[in-house]
Design a protein around this ligand. Structure first.
Ligand SMILES: Nc1ncnc2c1ncn2[C@@H]1O[C@H](COP(=O)(O)OP(=O)(O)OP(=O)(O)O)[C@@H](O)[C@H]1O
Ligand SMILES: [Mg+2]
Length: 601
């Protein structure tokens, strides 16, 4: 800040030097006489300069002093400029690093419902772009506006020191420049909000092109997607052009105002010179200062656009920083290392948003420890939602979930994570190797434990068939793997985590019969000695569950064993008959037999 201010002040010393030089040459005055012509408030500075010079020296006779003086002056200003630039970057980089880290931590802590509402483009814009814009505004702008402000102050003081009368005229005229700028600010606020919304829309288009490329290709969405992109980018173009009509007017207005200032100064200045109230050197230096003053004032004007945008970005960053995640976990709580009796779901009701209908209605269920409970029912009946609530990805609107006698909200994040894990239909793979993707559930696992999990997930043959083995990269989102391979990696993760409760949501539904048989065997071994909640459409995979729970429209309509429910002839019996009404082909082996055959060497 000091360095930046000094750079600004140095701008003002230049015209002063010209005055002194011209006075010395044209008016044949001595340096002391020139300094005497300055107003009283400059005395401390002039006497400081005099005290630096050797006594009785005649600056003009020592001809090298002027050029050397100029070079020293330039070098000093350059050095300050260098320091100011470096420090600005240092502050900028440190702040950006810190703020982005904090925001990323915030993002990781947000509840899933937040992500249901936001899109990738918005997240990228708010967590990345906004931070850059806000911090660049704060640092770069601060530096330049400091330099500019101080050169305006320095130059104005120079003007005042030469002739306060002329200076008053000039400064009054120049200050009217700020009137159109103030007008501009209001307009900008409106525009920048729309610009940012459009920009986040644009970045959504990019992510869609990236992640949806297969759907785009298959449904031939090329033209439709291009048209949507065009309309978004046209919006931005329109805003930029409208901004230009306003911003473009600023420079001509400022030119006219400064032209007016200079002509008034020339007119009055000539009079002052003729009346002997001002020296020629003084006048020349006055004009130089005035012209130099124009640049910083103009750039202060232009910067106000950027500053305004940065300010708005800063407000948005603050808003995110202050956002309290809707899902709060206690920091201390019951230290459950296992679930003794089971999980009780009591009168549970849930809706994703206050304006959406209830998707779970008064659900009551007991999941005994060590047993397998299967959730079946038509699509949209709320099975996945119930699983999400058991994992506490969302909180119920009404009712409660008890782990033994402990309400789920009283468990710490760590306890909950050590008690439960899940395998979903679509399992996310992180960029990295197969090894990294399995180990993430338990980074401390030994090589033996890792291979046990790999065996249990029936992955060994696949891994061994790869030239790079466990170190094979999975690609972004696991694109280099098949659906079944991803599911088996997810199952290996769950094995390695070894939690008392396992939630399996359609963990085999994406697979063909052969792969399902293999994965089902993996799942059967995962289910041993654990409390399991399994969701599946294919009833063949849940027939052996201890309890089968049938859901419809957010409620439980039936529960019991396969045999009981079939005998009852209710909803489950209907589902079952619908799936198996086609006579089965004759020689279909049982899934397990099939898998054994498949895996046989
Ligand atoms: N994130 C969400 N935001 C808003 N509504 C949602 C969300 N997820 C699911 N829903 C709605 O909640 C209802 C229940 O969905 P859920 O995913 O629990 O059904 P499901 O029984 O698992 O169905 P499926 O068998 O097709 O997987 C559906 O009507 C769905 O539209
Ligand atoms: Mg589901």
């Amino acid at each position: 800040m000091t360095a930046a201010s000094l750079v600004g002040i140095f701008d003002a010393l230049m015209p002063l030097g010209i005055k002194i030089y011209l006075d010395l040459v044209l008016e044949h005055k001595s340096l002391l006489q020139v300094f005497d012509g300055f107003p009283l408030w400059t005395k401390p500075f002039t006497s400081m300069v005099v005290s630096f010079l050797p006594a009785g020296i005649d600056i003009l006779k020592t001809s090298w002093m002027i050029p050397v003086g100029i070079i020293v002056f330039m070098l000093t200003q350059g050095a300050f400029n260098y320091i100011a630039t470096y420090l600005t970057v240092l502050v900028n980089v440190s702040l950006t690093t810190q703020v982005k880290r904090d925001l990323y931590a915030k993002l990781l802590g947000f509840e899933p419902a937040y992500f249901d509402r936001s899109n990738t483009g918005e997240i990228l814009a708010r967590f990345g772009g906004d931070v850059d814009m806000a911090i660049n505004g704060v640092t770069d702008m601060l530096k330049s506006s400091l330099v500019r402000t101080f050169s305006v102050i320095g130059l104005s003081l120079t003007l005042l020191s030469i002739s306060w009368k002329l200076a008053t005229i000039a400064l009054v005229v120049l200050s009217t420049i700020f009137i159109p700028l103030a007008f501009m600010r209001k307009y900008l606020k409106k525009v920048s909000q729309t610009t940012l919304e459009n920009m986040s829309l644009l970045s959504s288009h990019y992510t869609e092109a990236l992640q949806g490329n297969r759907v785009i290709a298959v449904f031939h969405l090329f033209n439709a997607k291009l048209a949507a992109f065009e309309s978004s980018i046209k919006g931005l173009r329109h805003i930029a052009l409208r901004l230009a009509t306003v911003q473009g007017a600023i420079t001509p207005i400022m030119h006219s105002i400064s032209g007016l200032g200079i002509s008034l100064v020339l007119w009055f200045g000539t009079g002052l010179m003729q009346s002997g109230e001002m020296t020629t050197g003084g006048f020349a230096s006055f004009l130089t200062s005035l012209i130099l003053l124009y640049t910083p004032i103009k750039s202060l004007g232009n910067m106000s656009t950027q500053l305004q945008l940065s300010y708005l970005a800063l407000l948005r960053v603050y808003e995110l920083m202050d956002r309290v995640p809707a899902l709060q976990f206690p920091t201390t709580g019951a230290d459950l290392s296992t679930i003794e009796q089971g999980i009780t779901v009591k009168n549970l009701s849930f809706q994703y948003r206050a304006d959406l209908p209830m998707v779970l209605k008064h659900v009551d269920l007991f999941i005994p420890t060590g047993k397998t409970v299967a959730l079946v029912g038509s699509s949209g009946s709320g099975k996945t939602t119930l699983a999400h609530l058991l994992l506490r990805l969302y909180d119920a609107v009404e009712g409660e979930i008890l782990f033994d006698s402990h309400p789920i909200q009283t468990l710490t994040k760590e306890t909950l994570a050590s008690l439960s894990c899940a395998v979903f239909q679509d399992n996310f793979m992180f960029v990295g190797s197969i090894r990294e993707n399995i180990l993430l559930s338990n980074p401390q696992a030994t090589e033996t434990e890792l291979w046990q999990a790999i065996d249990a997930a029936y992955l060994r043959d696949f891994v061994n068939s790869l030239p790079q083995g466990l170190e094979t990269p999975v690609g972004e989102r696991g694109v280099l793997l098949s659906g079944g391979q991803k599911q088996r990696i997810a199952i290996a993760r769950a094995f390695l985590k070894n939690t008392p409760l396992v939630v399996l949501d359609e963990a085999t539904s994406a697979l063909d019969n052969q792969s399902e048989a293999v994965v089902q065997q993996a799942i059967d071994s995962l289910m041993r000695n654990r409390t399991v909640v399994v969701i599946a459409h294919r009833l063949s995979t849940v027939m052996n569950a201890d309890t089968i729970v049938v859901m419809a429209h957010g409620s439980i309509v039936e529960q019991g064993t396969h045999a009981q429910l079939l005998a009852d002839g209710g909803a489950y019996a209907n589902l079952y008959n619908a799936q198996f009404k086609e006579p089965l082909p004759v020689a279909v082996p049982s899934p397990t037999a099939f898998a054994t055959e498949l895996l046989a060497p």
